[in-house]
Structure formats: C-alpha cells, structure tokens
Design a protein around this ligand. Structure first.
Ligand SMILES: NC(=O)C1=CN([C@@H]2O[C@H](COP(=O)(O)OP(=O)(O)OC[C@H]3O[C@@H](n4cnc5c(N)ncnc54)[C@H](OP(=O)(O)O)[C@@H]3O)[C@@H](O)[C@H]2O)C=CC1
Ligand SMILES: O=C(O)[C@@H]1CCC=N1
Length: 257
C-alpha cells in the first residue's frame, strides 16, 4: 500500500484525508502541531499522526501533500530535504510558485495543485500544474490520487491561480448562494433544514445537468424560463441587482494575490 502524508491537517488537509480514507487504497500519514481536532480526525480515519517533519521522514511516505497556510509553507518546505529523494511532493498551498519549491527542494519530483473542499466527499475538482520535467510515474501517481478525490484539470502554472479561485474558492460562493436561497425559503415559511436540503439538492441537480448535457449555461437557463413565466421575472431581478457582476467581481477580488 502506498503511503500518502498530509502536512497541515486543517480544512483542506482534513478534506483530502477524509476523501482518501474512503478509498481504502492508501496508508495515510499526517503531520501537524499538537491539536485535539487533528488527532480526533486522524484517529477516526486510522491515520498515523506525527508532530515533526523528522518523524514523518522516518515513515518514508511515497507522496507528501502540503496543505499548510501560505505564510508557514516555505519554512516547512525547507525542512523537507530530509525526506527520501523518491518522495513525490505536491503542494496545495496557494501563493508560491513551483520555482520557489524547486529552489528549496532540488532533485525532488514536485507539482502544484489547488483542490477544493468537496474532495472530502470524493467530488472535488483539483487544478494541477505538472512541470514538463516531472517524471511520468510521479505524474501518474499524483493523477491517480486526485482522481480518487474527484475531477482533475491539468493547467499551466499561470492558470492555476484563476482555476484555484473559481474551483477552490467557488464552493464558498455557492454556499453563500445556497444560504440565501434557504433564507428565502425560511422567509416564506419553510423549516430551515428543509430549505437547506432543497437549495443543495437543486444546486447538485443543476450542476449534474450542466455536466451531463454539455449545454451552455445560458441554454440551460432558457429551458427553465417559460415565456411570460415566473423564472424570467426572477432572472430579470438578478440582472437588475447586478448578480453576474457581483460574481465576476468576487472572483476578481479573490484572485488578487
Ligand atoms: N480551504 C480550502 O478550501 C483550500 C485551501 N487551500 C490551501 O490550503 C492551505 C491550508 O488552508 P486551510 O486548510 O483552509 O487552512 P487551515 O487553517 O484550516 O489549516 C492549516 C493547517 O495547517 C496547520 N499548520 C500550520 N502551521 C503548520 C506547520 N508549521 N506545520 C504543520 N502544520 C501546520 C494548522 O495547524 P493548527 O491548526 O494546529 O495550527 C492547520 O491544521 C492554504 O495554503 C490554502 O491556500 C487550497 C485550496 C482550497
Ligand atoms: O481562501 C483561501 O485562501 C484558500 C485558497 C482556495 C480556497 N481557499
């Protein structure tokens, strides 16, 4: 069984750990500060937790996934030179270029990715940048792991930021949308739980239809808007209130780093 280590078991690291645990394909390792939240999670998923990079190195992971805050990442990366040279490293931390990693980890196979939080339910979308000189076996293994967590989109490094903003930050934007939909349900007398269920189920179905049909979203929208009907009145209200502009501005705001 291949060993996968997560460094920094926060929201993202925990989501990856959770999704990978469900596959039962890998031996899972984790490194974090001493933290009850983390030990509870690693206990739940039978994942070996260590508190230092030197202890992690002794376990000889095949793949290390870095999910630490950007500000802490380079300090941690510096310590990774004690890992076995065959260890593949993939960083999910935003804010550092591949060159930054290569400068500190000469000779290692390294890639960058931006996953999203639905990896915890194996329905994620991960943008990955593979440098040209990455060994095919390393690329194949990273691909396999992130395919186990959902969809994978291979992108150039300069596209990783915007892909990561839409896919990585996007779940939060959709969550705000779902919460607002549920609020409107509650305003109209629905119980909160039912309103949440309806909002999430609707978003899931609309996304599935878009994926399965490959139709442009505008055409899908047209299918719902009956002439003179209720939906076009709602769409008109969204346009009047700058919904599209608000979404584009949100992505632009999040993409500034
Ligand atoms: N959240 C998301 O949806 C996504 C996040 N990312 C990226 O993932 C990274 C983490 O984000 P997120 O999970 O949201 O943040 P969190 O704050 O939830 O998690 C960070 C984790 O890293 C741990 N940590 C901090 N410093 C160290 C260290 N020196 N050594 C080991 N572990 C450390 C923290 O431990 P402790 O809490 O004990 O201090 C915590 O468990 C960021 O770089 C972010 O850009 C990328 C895509 C999506
Ligand atoms: O909020 C953040 O900075 C990270 C990057 C993508 C999603 N979460």
């Amino acid at each position: 069984m291949k060993k996968i280590a997560i460094i920094g078991v926060g929201h993202m690291g925990g989501a990856i750990l959770t999704g990978l645990a469900k596959t039962k394909k890998y031996q899972l390792l984790a490194e974090n500060h001493v933290n009850k939240r983390v030990s509870q999670l690693t206990d739940k998923y039978n994942c070996q937790l260590v508190y230092s990079i030197s202890d992690l190195a002794k376990l000889i992971p095949d793949l290390v996934v870095i999910t630490t805050p950007a500000a802490a990442t380079m300090e941690i990366v510096q310590k990774l030179t004690i890992l076995n040279k065959d260890t593949i490293i993939v960083s999910a931390a935003a804010g550092h270029s591949l060159k930054d990693y290569q400068a500190k980890l000469a000779g290692y196979q390294i890639a960058r990715c931006i996953p999203n939080i639905p990896v915890s339910v194996n329905s994620g979308l991960t943008g990955i940048y593979y440098p040209d000189d990455l060994a095919p076996a390393a690329k194949d293994f990273i691909n396999e792991v992130f395919h186990d967590l959902g969809e994978v989109v291979e992108v150039a490094e300069e596209q990783l930021s915007i892909v990561g903003t839409i896919a990585g930050c996007g779940p939060a934007f959709v969550d705000v949308f779902m919460d607002a939909l549920a609020d409107s349900g509650v305003l109209n007398g629905l119980a909160r739980e039912l309103a949440n269920q309806i909002a999430a189920g609707m978003v899931k179905g609309a996304a599935q239809l878009a994926l399965d049909s490959h139709l442009h979203p505008a055409l899908l929208k047209d299918q719902v808007c009956s002439p003179g009907g209720t939906t076009i009145k709602g769409v008109t209200s969204l346009e009047e209130n700058g919904f599209r502009h608000a979404v584009i501005e949100a992505v632009n705001a999040a993409n500034q780093n």
